[in-house]
Write a protein that binds this ligand. Sequence first.
Ligand code: CP
Length: 352
Amino acid sequence: MKHLIDLDDFSLNEINSIINKAIEIKNNQHKFLDVMHGKIIGTLFYEPSTRTQMSFQTAMLKLGGQVIGFNNPQNSSIAKGENFKDTIKVIGGYADIIAIRHPLEGAAKAASLFSDCPIINAGDGSHLHPTQTLTDLLTISEQKNTLSGLNLGFCGDLKYGRTVHSLVKMMLKYENNKFIFISTKELQIPKYIKNMIIASGNYYEELFSLEDAIEKLDILYMTRIQRERFKSIQDYNMQKNVFKLTTDKLERASPNMIILHPLPRVDEIDIAVDNDPRALYFKQASNGVFVRMALILHILSAKNTEAVERINLNECCTNKLCITNHEKYLPHYFKKNKNDYFCEYCSREIKL
Ligand code: CP
């Protein structure tokens, strides 16, 4: 079985072929109408979603398959106390493929240990959102004709923004990309992402002003300040409205710069910006259907031949939001890189 937990699970060739397949599907939708006849996707959304859940459902329906699932776990037997493992085990017996979103980091990885069908990570806490990244790659590659040599600016909630973490990791696989992170001090990009950029020999800088950064960018990736991730409403109020993209600020940007946003938007992009031809976030959202169609086709036809190298330790992950600290029966799996150990679920480094 092939799962998609992190885009590192796929080779660059596989990712490029999914993007190319998405373009083929977009241009020839009639050819794919019945290719998933008899197949079922389970969409298990423990956290709210509009785009990801509905685009997975639309993708399977457009391919001729069917959909089961929930968008509120309180309407399922989880409300009666059923644990995560049992829910996944049962639905893995009903569906051919599962897309799961969960507030805890590493939840999709945990699901893949128990499921009898492939698991797709549709967002795990502040960790990763690989199918949003595929959507972003399709949109960038359509507009720029390349995924290399780009100046990428990320603005907003870079600490909790899983779409940012996934896209930065992915863009490191292509050559000569530069990263400009624009945030407050409190919402800076996590250290583990910065360490990855340094280890790969790429360039990044951190700025505190959108005006100072905008002239340099090929892509401006705006993000929402995620109220649901803050400990208190006071902390959130300190952060909201710090960065706002307006038509005035856009006057300083290149005419070829493109504006992306995974959506939903709150206040960080003025509605007037929607009329600017560089604003591509609604196109980006509609591309989500085609990449998810291509991904379902890929996963249901792929075989996983890679052996998993993992270490089972007595240590616990130090990340309180890692699923291993909530679903206590999960094995403590870690990966070793040189002398460092990383939690296999949430990617956090642990000190032994
Ligand atoms: N981009 C994204 O993940 O949107 P939803 O939360 O609506 O799925």
